[in-house]
Design a protein around this ligand. Structure first.
Ligand SMILES: *Cc1c(COP(=O)(O)O)cnc(C)c1O
Length: 459
């Protein structure tokens, strides 16, 4: 398998090069040159465990860059810290199923891809004697999942910036209570955008840290999307009904895109439903063809408070059948506030893949309440957005569907307590986490001070 840029750069990379490169030289994102087709093999794949299925799917994307024994060992280790024996689980309700993706170490779906990415990076770094330095910014879940995944890895150092005092208590403790020597956190006295800007500036001048290879771990890394295709197959195979739709809570469009990849790889579903919160740029784009960002509105589903969905560029690459000049027009000089308008023929094709909707704050709270009253089951706010949109978009179609649950409610327990009006009984692991003393490195919003911290840490 070769990987190519969404903006048409001539180089084709193999899996290992793509994983380390992150962004293409022309600023584009990497895509597989074609999709493998598993449609003739579904019956066999349906019998596999989550780990076995991951191995079958990844092998095709990685090619001969790794032997199967090594790959299987990486996969086994990646999922050994999950609390559920099946890794992901379809929870059955009377009117639909909920795909629980939150059984990993940091209680949100980002663990599924980041655990695997960490194992693969470590393997290839070891083979080539690379010393990796991973830098990232987070609004909460990605950073926590990345630190959990990279803690203790011997060839890798990792530093995650988060906006000081702007993340949930569980997220903070998850990022700041590690003992491992290879990881560090920075609480930046600024916003998430400030943290992201500092990281971007450092990546644009990587010579600053020349004794290390800098690697990015946000969802512009295609390995994460590939890893996320597995649970769509697994959930489909293990569903109690023949499923035609998945509904996906969406922010940066990584998870929904992974669902589309799965469809292109032969998963026999009709469509994916894209569910956003009140930050509904993607809903507007998928329904009306206009992509235009506005200010981010803070919501009770903060991991979806995103106006610039990086991965949408990858969907355009597929939708336009690799029209890289159009993508360059849209993205090279893109002012996200001016945005772009897709031509009518393309808009018509979106409906082959996606339905889209959003849930208001009120609707999200209402869904948490109703679902609890009906089933005694607590949805986290992100998962509730998806359930709300799924019911609005699919129920009338009379089709069986699976709604994706992206986080465990305990991660956002204060919102849950406010909505349901009682004290939420936290799992023991979260209680223990909350009792820990955080070690937070608070730093002013200043590039030089951040670089000094990194230099001291990587010495
Ligand atoms: C990251 C995140 C999302 C959004 O996923 P994307 O892949 O960015 O669309 C939704 N819910 C939770 C809990 C998340 O952490």
């Amino acid at each position: 398998m070769k990987y190519i840029s969404t903006r048409g750069h001539k180089d084709k990379l193999d899996f290992e090069q793509m994983m380390f490169a992150t962004l293409a030289p022309d600023g584009g994102l990497y895509m597989p040159e074609h999709f493998p087709d598993f449609s003739a093999d579904l019956e066999r794949l349906a019998k596999l465990s989550y780990q076995e299925l991951t191995s079958e799917i990844l092998r095709v994307f990685i090619g001969d860059k790794i032997n199967v024994t090594d790959l299987d060992e990486i996969i086994r280790k990646s999922y050994s810290s999950f609390r559920h024996p099946e890794i992901v689980f379809n929870q059955d309700f009377k009117d639909f199923q909920l795909l629980e993706l939150f059984h990993g170490p940091t209680w949100a779906f980002k663990d599924l891809a980041l655990q695997l990415l960490a194992g693969l990076l470590d393997h290839f770094a070891d083979k080539t004697n690379k010393k990796l330095l991973i830098l990232g910014s987070t609004s909460g879940d990605t950073g926590a999942a990345a630190l959990a995944a990279f803690a203790g890895k011997k060839n890798i150092k990792i530093i995650i910036l988060h906006p000081h005092q702007k993340i949930s208590e569980v997220q903070l403790k998850q990022m700041t209570s590690y003992q491992d020597h290879n990881i560090a956190n920075i609480a930046l006295k600024g916003s998430f955008d400030d943290a992201q800007l500092i990281i971007k500036t450092i990546f644009s001048d990587t010579k600053k840290f020349k004794q290390h290879d800098l690697v990015a771990i946000n969802s512009i890394n295609l390995v994460r999307i590939i890893a996320q295709t597995v649970y769509y197959f697994y959930s489909y195979f293990n569903s109690s009904k023949k499923i035609n739709y998945f509904c996906v809570p969406t922010g940066n469009f990584g998870n929904a895109l992974a669902g589309l990849f799965a469809k292109k790889m032969g998963l026999p579903i009709k469509k994916l439903v894209v569910a956003t919160n009140q930050n509904n740029v993607l809903e507007k784009c998928l329904n009306e063809g206009i992509y235009r960002s506005t200010d981010v509105l803070a919501s009770i589903s903060p991991s979806m408070d995103i106006q610039i969905a990086n991965n949408f560029e990858r969907y355009l690459f597929l939708l336009t059948n690799k029209n890289t000049s159009l993508i360059n027009d849209y993205y090279q000089t893109l002012d996200p506030r001016k945005g772009y308008q897709l031509p009518d023929d393309l808009i018509a094709n979106i409906a082959d893949d996606f339905l889209a909707g959003h849930a208001s704050e009120k609707e999200t709270k209402q869904t948490i309440k109703e679902h609890y009253q009906k089933y005694g089951y607590v949805l986290d706010p992100h998962s509730a957005v998806a359930v709300n949109v799924a019911k609005k978009k699919i129920s009338g179609l009379n089709e069986a569907f699976i709604s994706v649950a992206s986080a465990h409610p305990s991660k956002f327990f204060d919102t849950i307590e406010e909505v349901l009006g009682f004290k939420y009984n936290l799992p023991t692991e979260i209680k223990e986490l909350l009792a820990k003393e955080p070690k937070v490195n608070i730093i002013e919003n200043n590039l030089d001070l951040v670089i000094k911290f990194i230099n001291d840490f990587t010495k």
